[in-house]
Write a protein that binds this ligand. Sequence first.
Ligand code: PLP
Length: 402
Amino acid sequence: MQAYTIAMISNKQLFLLNTAQTSTTPKMLEIEHASGIYLYDTSGKAYIDLVSGFAVSNIGHRHPAVLDAIRAQLDKYLHLTVYGEYVQTPMVKFAEKLVSVLPSRLNNVYFVNSGAEATEGALKLAKRFTGRSQIISCHNAYHGSTHGALSVMGNEEFKQKYRPLLPDVSFINFNAVEDLELITTETACVIMETLQGEAGIRVADVDYMQMLRQRCDEVGALLILDEIQAAFGRTGKLFAFEHYGIVPDILLLAKALGGGMPIGAFVADKRVMGVLAENPILGHITTFGGHPVSCAAGLANLEVILEEQLVPTVFEKEALFRELLVHPKIREVRGMGLMLCMQLDSFQQVEQVSQLCGKEGVIIDWFLHCETAMRIAPPLIITTAEIRKVCKVILAALDQLA
Ligand code: PLP
């Protein structure tokens, strides 16, 4: 009798009942399988994923090379021990590949499990290396949701109920040269997204970024660039800092790093990273960081990005979106590469367009700190025919706005 009762409860009801909710209006899509840029719900309806699972699926969902790498690792071992003790081949090979595509001063990788954890590790590393406590972040920044990451979030609404947070955190305006003088010899680090994502895709000027780099060098503060959303080709370069001719002291990675598997990393020079290993030892610890299956998937993912030469295709795809997304309701198309957004006038419009697109099989979303813009960040493998198709759907939805 009890089995009968349980069988009558749908997965959607169980989702609401037994899994913690992060909003009162979840999307409630139940996906049966995913492939490439498509998600398929339980009725077989196909959706184009125009947000890439939030900047994760740069090479599409379930790329065959990633699946093969996962299967091969499953036959060897899963978790063995905590991070940093055993020589685990998938982690070693992945780190080797990663540093081979990074500038020489980013030569040492600390693998963690997520973006927020990468933020946490980097903040600790900067404090430890410099012996200073002040952290500078930007208004409207998003670096994750854990306590340290929340402390450097640039949106008071999300923070106020969780205070006290980390002390000695100050905020500057993104892309404001006049604020750079607030970075001083007291500053341990400046943490900044290379382009701000959740603020509604804000792109910094080249001059500003170069002055920021110079100011950090002058005062001995470490520059942490958060490319958790922007890396792995999304902006038309493998790493977004390449647009600016600068190199951070610490680079944060996650999201697309694992090709769909959970993994994050902070990357620095070995000389900097070395402080975590001494006096006391175990300055930063993680049980699952650099999980062998995630590392195997991450290596395959990076090889696909490089071998399929996905990055050079990004600019022409951006140009096509910009050419097609012209409509009286669109105030601006902002961003870089396939990290774009479409600025509308109100949240109501954004919600309505999102719902209309959903009905037509296009998944589109908004931003944490900018509810009036819509995120356009498809997998980099999207074809020009598919771009034309989704833009047609978006324009038809905009036509229906009052
Ligand atoms: N940093 C940036 C720029 C992000 O966009 C995100 C997530 O959206 C994070 C950090 C946090 O990553 P995670 O959700 O893996 O903790």
